[in-house]
Design a protein around this ligand. Structure first.
Ligand SMILES: Nc1ncnc2c1ncn2[C@@H]1O[C@H](COP(=O)(O)OP(=O)(O)OP(=O)(O)O)[C@@H](O)[C@H]1O
Length: 231
């Protein structure tokens, strides 16, 4: 699905991402972990062509994301509130995103029904603008909107942050079921080692922009990661 080649990004003379070669295969659920400033968000921004690398390239289905828009048809993401539109209500925002994917109002309304539990009664029909929702509830809007296009590739930056425990568990169930039913390829960055090892089948550990570890998740992974981060 994704191929990273010789990818580098520098800020102020410092290398913040340096990944010579990395392949993300179809259907994988990947957890990207690393301390603050490790380069997770910068990497995601380059995968989504939101910033350009200083060297190297990202290929999505063999095409450079910087030179084609084709990947946008099957790639969904939610990195931060910058993806939302502050002055809309969630309903208006979902309709807007739906219209970008040629979905009718009825289709969007129908789509949103499956998120009733995930929204926990806090998102729809509240008569509030997105800017007035809590960060956690803004996350819910962004994630549900991202999934509306039925993507093949999903990229989420710290999706568990700011979510209440109930919603964190619901999000994990949602990601697992999308993997099972749609063979969705997912990249999730997270500081929550419990969640990320529970939901992901492969973990990539970044430190100072470099991949330090890259391994399949098994029953020892959580302990190994905890040991690594305790050093
Ligand atoms: N626009 C920018 N200008 C200058 N430095 C930047 C810029 N964006 C990121 N950086 C720097 O790049 C490094 C990697 O940042 P990044 O946000 O990718 O890390 P992260 O792993 O997502 O961190 P966190 O876990 O804190 O979200 C940091 O040192 C950060 O300060």
């Amino acid at each position: 699905m994704l191929e990273i080649r010789n990818l580098q990004k520098h800020y102020g003379g410092r290398t913040v991402v340096n990944i010579p070669d990395l392949t993300i295969r179809d259907g994988e659920t990947i957890g990207l972990v690393g301390n603050n400033g490790a380069g997770k968000t910068t990497l995601f921004r380059m995968l989504l062509d939101l910033i350009r690398p200083d060297a190297g390239e990202v290929l999505s289905k063999n095409e450079n994301v910087a030179s084609t828009d084709k990947w946008k048809d099957y790639t969904a993401s939610y990195l931060d509130e910058g993806f939302l539109i502050d002055y809309l209500t969630p309903e208006e925002y979902f309709m807007f995103i739906g219209s970008l994917h040629n979905l009718s109002a009825a289709h969007v309304a129908d789509y949103l029904k499956q998120y009733e539990e995930f929204f926990n009664g806090e998102i729809l029909n509240r008569g509030k603008y997105i800017r007035d929702f809590s960060k956690g509830n803004q996350n819910k809007v962004g994630i549900a909107a991202a999934l509306m296009q039925k993507p093949e590739l999903l990229i989420l930056d710290e999706p568990f942050a700011n979510l209440d425990p109930t919603t964190q568990i619901r999000l994990k169930t949602l990601i697992k079921s999308l993997k099972a039913t749609h063979r969705l390829t997912t990249l999730i960055s997270s500081h929550d080692l419990n969640h990320v090892t529970d939901v992901c089948d492969r973990i990539i550990l970044l430190e100072k922009g470099v991949v330090i570890k890259d391994f399949k998740t098994d029953e020892n992974t959580l302990k190994e990661l905890e040991a690594y981060f305790s050093e």
